[in-house]
Design a protein around this ligand. Structure first.
Ligand code: SER
Length: 317
């Protein structure tokens, strides 16, 4: 992995991953791909090249790959789970038609491809506790349908055409740089913003709803590490369970209250998000990622909370 195209470079993951790749891959170039209305700004714009890169425009993607001699694509364009329920056709178009465009370009130009999967690729019939790497995947959300299909299509391109596709199933991702939007796990980001701003947090997810979550630095390390892993050691490819912490709204609220004793929470459960959350695992088993490419998280709820609060104080106050 030397010359990289990040599609969706201004999103929650892309904005930080692009900067990390530019810092960590010497001698290469990382292109920040964006769509109109989501142009890169500031350090993201100034630290390297940026190109309009719409997953639905295969010719545009192929031209960028050609221009920069791209050998790896991070395909991060997606609608998150709650938005995908509102706009299922658009979610399908971006996540599936977009993916096949990328995979076709990768097949022709010999690029590796990372397209994230998610806890959303599981459904109500999946074992929820210690969800195994290989298990039932019958999701009931459009987001989940596209994520399972992403895993299958990515494996198909690997087996049929030798395209070097690899991926992880991300938990809900928590970060202070760029807000997520339209996801079921977004509450675990928004709760920190409320605490630091001194506001009561209105929580759309019911207490007792456990989901896997992860702090962004761990997620970024996973995204880079999996693409640099020794292919001979990979039994799986699309996609690996990765985990670091699992909590419900009450647990994260109490962790934040240690720093902000007056912090308050009120529950106004959103039935769409709650239905999705109930269908997802409580906690995934990530032993295959640990064994096959050395995955190991660094942050737990306590250390993440301290780091989030420190950075949000700098950002918001
Ligand atoms: N964070 C995503 C969502 O909530 C799941 O991968 O939609």
């Amino acid at each position: 992995m030397k010359n990289v195209l990040v599609i969706g470079s201004t999103g929650q993951i892309g904005s930080e991953l692009t900067m990390k790749l530019r810092r960590e891959i010497p001698g290469g170039v990382t292109v920040a791909g964006y769509i109109p209305g989501a142009e890169p700004k500031g350090a993201l714009l100034e630290s390297g090249p940026a190109e309009q890169a719409d997953v639905c425009d295969a010719k545009q993607i192929a031209a960028i790959v050609e221009k920069y001699d791209i050998d790896a694509i991070y395909n991060l364009a997606a609608l998150l789970s709650a938005t995908a329920e509102k706009k299922p056709l658009l979610a399908w178009d971006i996540q599936m038609n977009g993916l096949i465009n990328i995979l076709e370009v990768a097949r022709e130009k010999r690029c590796a491809v990372f397209t994230p999967s998610s806890i959303g690729s599981f459904g109500p019939s999946t074992p929820h506790d210690n969800t195994p790497q290989d298990t039932i995947q019958r999701p009931t959300s459009m987001y989940g349908v596209t994520k399972v299909a992403t895993e299958l299509l990515s494996d198909y391109y690997f087996h049929k055409y030798g395209v070097d596709t690899r991926s992880v199933r991300f938990p809900g991702l928590i970060s202070y740089t760029t807000l997520p939007g339209g996801g079921t796990t977004d509450y675990a980001v928004e709760i920190y913003y409320a605490a630091v701003k001194g506001e009561t947090f209105v929580c759309p997810i019911a207490p007792g709803t456990y989901m896997d979550m992860m702090y962004m630095p761990d997620a970024l390390r996973a995204a880079v590490q999996i693409m640099q892993a020794d292919p001979d050691k990979l039994v799986h490819r699309n996609s690996f369970n990765i985990a670091s912490m699992s909590f419900d709204p009450e647990t994260i609220f109490q962790a934040i209250r240690k720093e902000y004793p007056d912090f308050r929470i009120r529950y106004e459960v959103d039935p769409v998000r709650q239905g999705i959350a109930d269908s997802w695992p409580d906690k995934m088993d990530d032993s295959c990622a640990r064994a096959e490419w050395g995955w190991k998280p660094e942050f737990d709820l306590e250390s993440m909370t301290a780091d989030m609060i420190m950075h949000l104080k700098e950002k918001l106050l």
